[in-house]
Design a protein. Structure first.
Length: 641
């Protein structure tokens, strides 16, 4: 039985979205009626499309019978998470050929790393990179040669961008193919401690770099639960990845076997295979709500309070922060993964991972179990997890066990850390599925549904005379969730950092960082403010952050009211706050107020700072049109949807 809150919010979204969703589905049906698309191409067009193929592939692509699968990849070898994708196209082409299909590398999309650009001018392109990726995805698929697509991406803006782009081609079957997290490195608690020592000036750059290098140490996704790993959770709970495939380490046999299984599965969903299941049938109001529930249950990234809205709009579905807030009150917090705890995603996976999480949420009616998935089954089947199964001739051979359960020593499982390519060692080894664990292997990381870490999810909507904002409470201790203190106003994160270094941040205060919205400077993440504010909080000061900018997916223990809307550049009241104004941030009651006389507050003149330094350098000049066209945060902060 579906939880009443889930039913209420979903029905409200369906009603609100009826005209836009109907128009979207009509467009997708029209595109689907023209399949297979390459047969609509002129002879010269088609010849260009398969000119580089071998003779067998050319013969296949001249006709309609064999499907052609597009590969769209965010590979680059600077990003640890995307480095493993270097070898995926060869694996995919090989498996497609074995399955009687063709696969072509349709295009690459940009992939920037917020971990590299954090606190740097390049971070001002980060949010805009999502829509750039969406456009690049559309360019890759616009050749009209394809019957299905595989999306290779993991990190922050990349997965939302790939999905927004793919949703414009949702008459095709689309599957997301993850790469997996790097093995665990330096414990997260120790990493946070060393960052605070550096912020206090007690260790130097070499000591900090040594710790960071021990944490981010090999190919694979960073292991903390930021936006990248929240992306993987979302794609799985929304039915766009194979069950329990998100957090299998790169460079393992199971990882490659899952990639090959994704190839076979997308072929099985094409029109030629007779089980046609386009992306527009998988992504609907139910799957979007399932994504919101997953975000709350895991204490996921605040960035998805923006990305999910943009993704939904790309599919003709309208959601807002009220929907997220109402669901947060009904969904329990079931995970403690850094920065909401000390464990990382490898520990979460070993404790039961996605199959256990989905099982528990389904048991309380907190997921739409009847939502479709790329497996051709309903989401109720996502309580399963994969293992390697040998061909019958190997059964009983002591040197090749019949299967390798993913729950056994999943954290490390002999995972290589150098990122080298591994081919399937034994012909015929394939992925099979069995039911995942029914109880948590570590209740300090993944709680059972009967004893959650909190009865409510990790995100809260704040409202008041400063506008609307979101706060991630799952990592904030209860005693820090109410801050009533005077404002200290800054128009840049650099100014706040300098004030900290100068010893100017004594006493209780609310740091108000203004003019950080999408139309002002691209809405950069302000994660570098976390260590200094954490130091002050640990000293006993009551501190909070209020901003129209973003925090990282690793938003931590300092209360932060973010994405304040309207933003300062669009007339938001945050621009009227002055040093010394009393600010009330009350996460429990959902309040964000400047306690200033209403007449005086409304009469205050807004003085816009010089923002010209945000307009040039590191490519920022190319995004002036994006800053002019971008929608507000609660509408997805997008210039394409």
């Amino acid at each position: 039985m579906t939880h009443p809150a889930l039913t209420h919010v979903t029905n409200r979204i369906i009603e609100r979205s009826e005209p836009t969703r109907a128009a979207y589905l009509a467009r997708m049906r029209e595109m689907a009626s023209q399949k297979p698309h390459r047969m609509e191409l002129g002879c010269g067009n088609l010849a260009h499309g398969f000119a580089a193929c071998n003779a067998e592939e050319k013969a296949d692509l001249r006709g309609e019978r064999k499907p052609n699968i597009a590969i769209v990849s965010a590979y680059n070898d600077m990003l640890s998470a995307h480095h493993p994708y270097e070898h995926y196209p060869a694996i995919i082409r090989d498996e497609a050929r074995k399955a009687g299909a063709v696969a072509q590398f349709a295009g690459g999309v940009p992939a920037m790393c917020d971990g590299v650009t954090q606190g740097m001018p390049g971070m001002e392109l980060s949010l805009f990179s999502r829509d750039t990726i969406a456009m690049a995805t559309a360019i890759a698929l616009t050749h009209n040669m394809f019957d299905g697509a595989l999306m290779l991406g993991i990190c922050d803006k990349i997965v939302p961008g790939l999905l927004i782009g793919a949703l414009q081609f949702a008459h095709l079957p689309v599957i997301f193919v993850p790469g997996g997290p790097m093995p665990s490195g330096l414990p997260n608690k120790e990493k946070a401690r060393i960052r605070q020592l550096f912020a206090k000036g007690e260790i130097g750059r070499e000591g900090l770099l040594e710790a960071e290098s021990a944490s981010y140490h090999s190919p694979g996704t960073c292991t903390f639960y930021g936006t990248a790993n929240s992306n993987q959770m979302l794609m799985e709970v929304m039915g766009l990845q194979l069950p329990s495939s998100s957090f299998v380490n790169p460079g393992t046999e199971l990882r490659e076997a899952l990639t090959r299984e994704a190839v076979r599965q997308v072929i099985a969903l094409t029109a030629q295979a007779g089980n046609y299941t386009p992306l527009c049938e998988v992504i609907d109001e139910r799957s979007i709500v399932n994504g919101i529930v997953g975000l709350h249950a895991t204490g996921g990234s605040t960035n998805h309070t923006i990305h999910l809205i943009a993704i939904a709009r790309a599919a003709g579905i309208i959601i807002d922060w009220d929907d997220l807030s109402e669901l947060s009150k009904a969904v329990p917090l079931l995970c403690r993964i850094y920065p909401n705890g000390e464990a990382d995603v490898n520990h979460f996976h070993a404790a039961g991972g996605m199959s256990k999480l989905v099982r528990d949420l389904l048991s309380e009616g907190l997921l739409h179990g009847d939502a479709g998935t790329i497996t051709g089954q309903k989401l109720t089947s996502y309580t399963q997890e994969p293992y390697l199964k040998a061909p019958p001739s190997w059964e009983g051979d002591q040197n090749m066990p019949p299967h390798q359960p993913s729950s056994a020593a999943r954290m490390y499982a002999g995972s290589p850390t150098s990122g080298e390519h591994i081919s399937q060692a034994v012909a015929g080894v394939h992925v099979a599925w069995h039911e995942g664990p029914k109880t948590s292997g570590d209740a300090t990381v993944l709680a059972d549904i009967a004893s959650p870490f909190s009865r409510e999810g990790g995100l809260t909507l704040l409202k008041g005379n400063l506008g609307r904002a979101v706060i991630k409470t799952s990592a904030v201790k209860p005693e820090h969730r109410i801050v009533h203190a005077p404002a200290k106003v800054f128009t840049s994160q650099e100014a706040l950092q300098q004030a900290f270094k100068n010893g100017e941040l004594g006493g209780d205060f609310v740091a108000v960082v203004t003019w950080q919205g999408p139309s002002a400077n691209g809405m950069p993440e302000l994660h570098r403010l976390t260590p200094p504010l954490s130091v002050l909080q640990d000293l006993g000061q009551k501190v909070a952050l209020v901003t129209d900018g973003r925090m990282s997916g690793a938003s931590g223990k300092v209360p932060a009211a973010i994405h304040v809307s309207p933003e300062c550049k669009l007339g938001g009241a945050l621009a009227k706050v002055r040093d010394g104004d009393m600010i009330l941030l009350d996460a429990g009651r959902g309040i964000l107020m400047a306690e200033v006389d209403e007449v005086e507050f409304n009469a205050r003149e807004v003085i816009m700072p010089d923002l010209s330094h945000n307009e040039y350098g590191l490519g920022r000049e190319l995004f002036a049109s994006a800053r002019r066209a971008v929608t507000p945060a609660e509408e997805g902060a997008s210039f394409v949807v």
